[in-house]
Design a protein around this ligand. Structure first.
Ligand code: GLU
Length: 429
């Protein structure tokens, strides 16, 4: 029986398989085992340090009062302040936020930036709320968390369905409580109020950097490298555009509002302009409409899931036809699917490495806010490139040295770094 069988036996239910917390814990256990991590540290790192649940009253536009449930989970602050986004979605759960908070700890450790891991979420449907309702909800959520966040404590950022405007409201609310402007309390802000140049594109740029390294390693030229991107939000659209501009052939874009295929490559620049004008990918004349499930399983060199969790499971992993899986989203692959991909020799660039460009540039934003000195975009991009290439090399070297696949290598590297810090700091009693 392989190690993967022990963590993901064939009998687990789909519900269990797609629980993000289970997915995170399965990889953590496997990596901890390989590292011979001692039991005490294993207990410390397996569970989050702090979980906050808040019930947020919001005056709605129609005069009624609604109460939304929100979470902030701080998994670890061993290596620095908690760091991680806030997502707004009707199906946010505490287990999901827990998993995402742990992933932030591992992600920050993989790229070796001085942050711990945290994540927030509010159960709501932002598409059904007005700007005013979203602003009031964001401000009250921030107020409920006021003693738990801060530049030295826990620094939120955007995630699914939150953006620069959301961060501006959080920064303002926090600043009003502190009676002074505190820009470093959140990252992913508008540039005008302490945001960093290059932050908006950073996750997509980071994906391109690690894909560049992966194709170099596998000997695939950019010009013949066919790419399919799932998701055309901040992460997917920037990855697709930057990779198109760099010479990759983007043959497929999968989106909820419509999917597109062109075997000769899509002009992503034109597509972006078309979407800006019409608000949808539908009707773009230079590509055929495609079935999203079929397109996801179409042959390509690089598949980039950049939407949500659980896209590659034990049910479809054997039909994935890419050479490189570059995980733009957090948790797009379940633990049970890992083993199947490994057998198929898919080169996986795991989420905690692949999408770490976002938090890395968040780190630059936090540094710039605290310095009060803002860098040129070229400096941001150059520093990002350096960190991503180093992290890619570290993970690949760890994988080769320990005979494990890239995901477990990334977890091992991260857990080892965090465990080392905990041992060095000792346990406060
Ligand atoms: N939400 C992003 C992530 O999952 C960014 C986090 C951050 O910048 O703190 O990595």
């Amino acid at each position: 029986m392989s190690l993967a069988d022990t963590i993901a036996p064939k009998t687990i239910s789909l519900e269990q398989e797609i629980n993000p917390w289970e997915a995170q814990a399965a990889r953590f256990d496997m990596a901890a085992e390989k590292l011979h991590l001692d039991d005490g540290i294993r207990k410390v790192l397996r569970y989050p340090n702090r979980e906050i649940i808040v019930h947020i009253p919001v005056a709605m536009d129609n005069g009624t009062l609604e109460v939304f449930t929100g979470f902030r989970v701080q998994h670890s602050i061993a290596r620095g302040p908690g760091k991680g986004g806030i997502r707004y979605s009707p199906d946010v759960t505490l287990d999901e936020v827990r998993a995402l908070a742990s992933w932030m700890t591992w992600k920050c450790a993989v790229v070796n930036i001085p942050f711990g891991g945290a994540k927030g979420g509010v159960i709501c449907d932002p598409h059904k709320m007005s700007m005013g309702e979203l602003e009031r909800m964001t401000r009250r959520y921030t107020a409920e968390l006021i003693e738990f966040i801060g530049p030295e404590k826990d620094v939120p950022a955007p995630d699914i369905n939150t953006n620069e405007q959301t961060m501006a409201w959080i920064m303002d609310t926090y600043s009003m409580h502190m009676r002074q402007t505190v820009t470093a309390v959140v990252t992913g802000k508008p540039i005008n109020i302490g945001g960093s140049r290059g932050r908006r594109e950073a996750t997509g740029r980071g994906i391109m950097v690690v894909c560049d390294e992966a194709i170099k390693k596998l000997g695939i030229p950019r010009e013949t490298c066919r790419v399919i991107v799932q998701g055309f939000g901040n992460v997917g659209s920037n990855a697709a555009l930057l990779m198109y501009q760099a010479g990759y052939k983007i043959i497929g874009i999968i989106e909820v509002t419509g999917s597109l295929y062109n075997k000769n490559g899509i002009d992503v620049q034109k597509l972006t302009e078309c979407r800006q004008k019409n608000g949808t990918l539908k009707g773009f004349p230079e590509a055929e409409p495609a079935d999203p499930n079929e397109l996801f399983l179409t042959e390509c060199e690089i598949l980039i899931p950049a939407a949500t969790e659980n896209q590659i499971t034990s049910r479809n992993a054997d039909r994935v036809k890419c050479k490189i899986l570059a995980e733009g989203a957090n948790g797009p692959t379940t633990a049970a699917a890992d083993e199947i991909l490994a057998q198929k020799k898919v080169f996986v660039i795991p989420d905690i490495l692949c999408n770490a460009g976002g938090v890395t540039t968040s780190y630059f934003e936090w540094v710039q806010d605290r310095q009060g000195y803002f860098w040129k975009e070229s400096v941001v991009n150059e520093q990002l490139q350096h960190i991503m290439v180093t992290a890619f090399d570290d993970v690949v070297r760890f994988a080769e040295a320990h005979g494990v696949h890239n995901r477990i290598a990334a977890y091992m590297l991260a857990i080892d770094r965090v465990a080392y810090t905990i041992r060095q700091r000792g346990i406060y009693a």
